[in-house]
Design a protein around this ligand. Structure first.
Ligand code: SME
Length: 151
């Protein structure tokens, strides 16, 4: 069920961004498609690397997001610092989670690399439900962010 939704999502994203090479345009499109792919998702978008171990909010959909996150703060910061995906089953159990919305219960954050292998952003997806994200989400969302390896 989840796998089929992701296959549809990836097909739609690939079709929408076909021929596009502008990073912000692609990020905006991906945020929109992910946000609207499931009712429990309350935030989907990107935090961009802006230098000196700092992320700034990029294209997203959902309630307002923190504007600036340093690498030593939050799940997004940890993802950027470690360059590894983060899955948080229950954000209330994680003391360094940044609660932009008190309604968020679980989240997944993936690093985004460009063609040179440089970290350019993280993809952050938040859910209203505990335990929304697992290895299946990680597998397919890793496919989604691979698009930035060719821009
Ligand atoms: N979930 C993030 C903060 C960003 S917002 O929730 C949009 C974190 O703890 O890194």
């Amino acid at each position: 069920m989840k796998e089929q939704k992701y296959k549809d999502l990836i097909r739609d994203i690939n079709s929408l961004i076909s021929g596009e090479d502008d990073v912000i345009t692609i990020m905006s499109t991906i945020s929109c498609e992910i946000f609207h792919s499931a009712d429990h998702i309350n935030w989907a978008g990107f935090y961009r690397v802006v230098g000196n171990r700092t992320l700034k909010v990029g294209p997203y959909q959902g309630g307002h997001g923190c504007l600036v996150i340093s690498y030593d703060k939050g799940v997004c910061g940890k993802c950027a610092a470690d360059r590894t995906p983060q899955i948080v089953h229950d954000v209330t159990k994680l003391e360094y989670h940044i609660a932009c919305s008190s309604e968020t219960r679980s989240e997944i954050v993936l690093p985004v690399f460009n063609s040179k292998g440089e970290l350019i952003a993280v993809l952050d997806i938040d859910s209203l439900e505990v335990g929304s994200f697992d290895e299946v989400d990680l597998k397919y969302l890793s496919e989604v962010v691979k698009v930035f390896k060719s821009v």
